[in-house]
Write a protein that binds this ligand. Structure first.
Ligand SMILES: [Zn+2]
Ligand SMILES: [Zn+2]
Length: 351
């Protein structure tokens, strides 16, 4: 099999050839047809995450070469002797957020936030991902039926879709006059708009610094839009919602967006932080009880979330996001383009 692998952090990916694995036990081998390129791949490729104020979180202990890619779709080409209910020739997306299976988080079905030793495809040390011709999936339960949507999109739902869906689910039940604000309507935020419509039966509010993105959000069903560069926009939002949004889902995760969220969430409401832009927060502690607000983080989603999301997708309740296909050999160029902010929608690599 061939991979486009990191051989040195921050240096161009290189084509690496290794023996194609033979599945044992419950393992399933997929021949990859589609692999999405995610912004977090850029961070792993760089070798660190930016924590703001010059602080960096290094990819400590990541062995190289490493094959990136956690948005994977492919065809079953071999199955281990204990892999039941799955047959050669079937096409699936692969749930990548695989945990140890034994820790308290995994036992609750929250493998995506495993504390015992995650085995995330393309992200965990020693677990190769989708920038390759083949990938090994440890158990058939991680194979996801994506229905009749484009298989490339089936791949993209495993990270960008799931991240948006799981964050929206954390909003919980809305009262009749409650509003949800989607803060940041880039690729994942736009999916948030879609899932908000599907989950709550009405379009969310949308805020961004870019009028073009806001126009696209409006077209996708946002009920009102706010340009955060306009100093009056938060006041207008407070007036429009009669006291603020019940939930603000922050798809940017910067100091500026957190400040905006803090300003526009209503008493008793929630701020759900999804974006990894970076920075630090400071907030007077008495504000938590006085305003009775809660602040939640959301990191991708669970296997159950994935199945629930795919039901909405298969039922045609979610419009496709824009995407383009590129050959696997352009993996490195794609990371560079993403780093330079030159990509609209999702790039899907195809071997
Ligand atoms: Zn991702
Ligand atoms: Zn675990």
């Amino acid at each position: 099999m061939k991979s486009q692998a990191i051989v040195e952090f921050g240096k161009p990916l290189q084509e690496v050839e290794t023996p194609t694995p033979v599945p044992t036990g419950t393992q399933v081998l997929l021949k990859i047809h589609n692999a999405g390129v995610c912004h977090s791949d850029v961070h792993i490729h760089d070798g660190y995450f930016d924590l703001g104020n010059g602080a960096k979180l290094p990819m400590a202990g990541m062995g190289l070469p490493h094959t990136l890619g956690h948005e994977i779709e492919g065809e079953v080409v071999a199955v281990g002797p204990d892999a039941k209910g799955v047959h050669v020739g079937q096409r699936y997306a692969a749930f990548p957020w695989i945990g140890c299976g034994n820790c308290p988080a995994c036992q609750r079905g929250e493998e995506n936030i495993c504390v015992g030793g995650p085995r995330q495809l393309g992200c965990s040390n020693g677990v190769p991902g989708g920038y390759a011709t083949h990938v090994l999936v440890p158990h058939p339960r991680y194979l996801i039926d994506y229905g009749t949507v484009d298989p490339a999109l089936g791949a993209a739902y495993m990270c960008s879709g799931l991240t948006a869906f799981s964050a929206m689910k954390k909003v919980g039940k809305l009262g009749p006059n409650d509003q949800v604000l989607v803060l940041g309507v880039g690729g994942v935020g736009m999916m948030g708009v879609q899932f908000a419509k599907a989950l709550f039966g009405k379009g969310p509010l949308a805020a961004d610094i870019d009028d073009e993105r806001l126009a696209a959000a409006k077209k996708a069903g946002a009920s009102a839009t706010y340009n955060t560069k306009d100093p009056e926009s938060a006041k207008r939002l407070m007036a429009d919602t009669n006291g603020g949004a019940y939930a603000v889902v922050d798809f940017v995760g910067s100091e500026a967006t957190f400040a905006y969220a803090q300003q526009t969430v209503r008493r008793g409401g929630k701020v759900i932080i999804v974006g990894l832009f970076g920075g630090a927060m400071a907030m007077p502690i008495p504000m938590f009880p006085f305003r009775a607000i809660s602040i939640n983080g959301s990191m991708v989603g669970s296997l159950d979330d994935t199945r629930e999301m795919m039901e909405l997708v298969r039922a045609g309740k979610v419009d496709p996001i824009p995407f383009q296909k590129r050959p696997l050999s352009e993996a490195n160029k794609t990371l560079d383009d993403l780093r330079a902010g030159k990509i609209v929608g999702r790039v899907i690599l195809q071997p």
